[in-house]
Design a protein around this ligand. Structure first.
Ligand SMILES: Cc1ncc(C[n+]2csc(CCOP(=O)(O)OP(=O)(O)O)c2C)c(N)n1
Ligand code: SF4
Ligand SMILES: [Mg+2]
Length: 350
């Protein structure tokens, strides 16, 4: 007798009650997260949500999956580590505009260019909410805030434009008030193989005013059907909008995943063998793992078999010496043949 368990959005609600201000856009984002996880039937034990610090970064606590409310600006390096150590997990990073583009801007750049297989939802309220309303990188020029009482003298950054220029392979924009649209974009981001960046415009009623929500809704436009998602120039045209707020997938290209490139590194480089070819496991995701989707970059058989044969081959003496000297506890094949091919990250995984 088979027993199939299905999850509803309510199953992803944790016992914690959100402490956001009444009317905060992050409530709607949270709702979309519950729905997206249910739509994809993500198993809670196979899902991790990692955040930084900020009002928005409280989100992992409200979701019944693994979660990590980490340090300001550090969601992406931690999510990257989780994904590399546990490649079968569905990894979602979340946080605010300040968390992702100000203090965490450097990490944003490297996660995008490395094309780590994680979905990143940035809740963009154009302000530092938790610390009481200072202007941040996405605050429009000229806007008065607690820290710019005469008007913001700086130019604002468009997070989608930034992500495209940094090499992200999937970039989209959503408005939190559009729960259906945001949910759809979240499911696409999670299914995407590679770094998927979703900029969610999410009003802060307390520091940006109650009118912000209405104004944003009035500006919302759906991406024209003829938009070509692989056309970089076309995508960038939607990242410099003043009077409109276009939602949808702006950019979507296939690029090799970080895991594929790691599998391709020859055994002797840096004295470490490549990690086991996790890409094959990743792409043959069985239904027990969430988000089945056709990989945009099917595992190149020649690449994986090269990596696999490199893994099995004994290391040259010099390389083995380099591993012995490495202070991470990594066991070289010379000392223990059973751990050949395991990387530092897999050794340290729980
Ligand atoms: C290293 C460090 N620097 C500064 C802070 C203070 N701090 C906490 S949250 C935050 C800004 C949060 O803004 P954002 O990421 O946009 O999130 P929001 O609260 O708007 O959702 C700042 C500056 C901190 N906690 N740690
Ligand atoms: S301060 Fe702004 S972002 Fe933070 S909970 Fe309140 S409304 Fe939301
Ligand atoms: Mg913010």
């Amino acid at each position: 007798m088979s027993c199939e368990v299905t999850f509803s959005p309510n199953d992803f609600k944790s016992d914690l009650k959100p402490v956001w201000c009444p009317g905060c856009g992050d409530f709607a984002v949270l709702n979309s997260v519950y729905r997206a996880l249910a739509d994809l039937q993500c198993l809670p034990q196979n899902t991790v949500i990692v955040s930084g610090i900020g009002c928005s970064s409280r989100l992992p606590g409200y979701v019944e999956t693994y979660g990590f409310n980490s340090l300001h600006g550090r969601a992406l390096p931690i999510a990257t580590g989780v994904k590399l150590a546990a490649p079968k997990m569905t990894v979602v990073a979340v946080g605010g505009d300040g968390d992702g583009i100000a203090i965490g801007g450097n990490h944003f750049m490297h996660a995008a260019r490395r094309n780590v297989d994680i979905a990143y939802f940035m809740m963009d309220n154009e302000i530092y909410g938790l610390t009481k309303g200072q202007a941040g990188p996405t605050t429009p020029s000229g806007d008065k805030t607690k820290s710019t009482t005469y008007g913001n003298p700086d130019a604002a950054v468009d997070p989608c434009g930034l992500a495209i220029s940094l090499g992200a392979s999937w970039v989209a924009r959503a408005f939190s008030g559009d729960v259906k649209g945001t949910t759809e974009l979240m499911t696409k981001a999670i299914r995407h193989h590679g770094f998927a960046f979703l900029n969610i415009i999410s009003p802060c009623v307390t520091w940006r005013g109650e009118h912000q929500s209405k104004e944003l809704r009035a500006k919302m436009r759906v991406l024209p059907a003829e938009h070509e998602v692989t056309n970089r120039e076309a995508a960038l045209r939607f990242t410099d909008e003043k009077d409109s707020l276009t939602v949808g997938v702006l950019y979507d290209i296939g690029r090799r995943l970080l895991s594929f490139r790691r599998a391709a590194v020859p055994a002797v480089v840096g004295g470490h063998p490549p990690r086991r070819p996790i890409a094959s496991e990743r792409d043959a995701r069985s239904p027990e793992f969430s988000a089945p989707s056709a990989p945009q970059w099917p595992a190149p058989a020649s690449l994986l078999s090269t990596a696999e044969s490199a893994r099995r081959a004994p290391l040259p003496t010099a390389a083995a010496r380099a591993c012995d000297a490495f202070p991470c506890g990594w066991t070289s094949p010379a000392r223990d043949s059973t751990s050949a091919g395991r990387s530092l990250l897999s050794i340290h995984a729980p």
